[in-house]
Design a protein around this ligand. Structure first.
Ligand SMILES: C[S@@+](CC[C@H](N)C(=O)[O-])C[C@H]1O[C@@H](n2cnc3c(N)ncnc32)[C@H](O)[C@@H]1O
Length: 283
């Protein structure tokens, strides 16, 4: 038997792969994704000379090279949609409300250090956006230690973020003056300048297992936008609990505009701003 051009996986194959994805990464996939997932995996089956999706599942889960394949597989099942200055209302709250409060708090405590995470950072646009907002706020001069760190489970996205070269649609909401100031032109695209690179970092990591990040420096703000829409409530609850452990007392959490913690967790207190909700960790 050989692979057909548009081979679609059997219900049992889909069930096993779906359960695998949910257990490993927390991502939910409904039945409507069968054709999509089949078409994304078919090229991998061909490259690995496998004949069925069940063979692929067995390879992924049980073969000694399964770990290596997992890195390819994750890139095929994640949605990495992102762009600079996404969801402006929230960024206004960061710039106009959170950053000034953080500055006052930090100065009071004599600690000139700001740590921000972008959890599920995709190809890095969110990280560089936050870094631009910090630098543009005018609150932090050279004596401040600033770091915006991106974490994503998809190694391909982390590589792109580290390369820092972006084109076209990525800049759909970027003010021209910031494009000119923080990027240099390379052909039809733009490369992030060192002023932004210096206060950013990227790391591959799974939000379901954030233990490696615990015990490092506490974090002031976590952005986790447009990630929980793909998680079950139970998974979201677990990740939110690890966020609460990572954050400073009174630390802030930003979710995507269609995501909410009501029914999920009481560890955070929502505060409403024009067009945006921001969560702060309950004391
Ligand atoms: C739609 S993008 C959102 C990017 C950015 N936060 C934004 O709002 O523009 C979702 C990202 O979450 C990442 N992701 C999904 N599950 C994850 C997990 N378990 N651990 C870390 N990242 C995950 C995906 O790889 C993807 O890059």
């Amino acid at each position: 038997m050989s692979l057909r051009e548009n081979q679609i996986m059997q219900p049992e194959e889909f069930r096993l792969l779906r359960e695998f994805v949910a257990a490993e990464f927390g991502l939910l996939m409904d039945e409507g994704r069968v054709a999509y997932l089949s078409s994304r995996l078919l090229p991998r089956l061909r490259e690995l000379h496998l004949e069925t999706f069940m063979d692929y599942y067995t390879h992924l889960k049980f073969s000694p090279r399964g770990g290596e394949e997992l890195r390819q597989f994750i890139s095929l099942v994640t949605n990495n949609e992102t762009y600079f200055f996404r969801e402006d209302a929230q960024l206004q709250v960061l710039a106009g409300h959170v950053i000034p409060l953080l500055k006052v708090r930090k100065q009071r405590d004599g600690e000139r250090k700001i740590r921000i995470y972008s959890a599920g950072c995709s190809s890095g646009e969110e990280v560089y956006t936050i870094a631009m907002i910090l630098l543009e706020s005018g609150h932090f001069l050279w004596e401040w230690d600033l770091m915006v760190s991106g974490i994503d489970v998809d190694p391909l996205m982390i590589k792109r973020a580290q390369e820092g070269v972006y084109c076209g649609r990525a800049f759909q909401s970027t003010p021209q003056q910031l494009l000119d100031k923080y990027f240099s032109r390379v052909g039809d695209c733009y490369r992030v300048k060192n002023s932004l690179r210096a206060i950013t970092s990227f790391q591959q990591g799974n939000l379901l297992t954030l233990d490696p990040f615990l015990g490092k420096e506490p974090v002031d703000v976590i952005f986790c936008r447009n990630v929980f829409i793909y998680f079950s409530d139970d998974t979201t609850r677990k990740v939110v609990e690890s966020f609460a452990n990572l954050l400073e007392p009174d630390g802030y959490l930003f979710l995507g505009h269609s995501e909410s913690l009501s029914r999920i967790s009481s560890l955070f207190q929502p505060s409403r701003h024009p067009g945006a909700i921001v969560y702060s960790k309950r004391g």
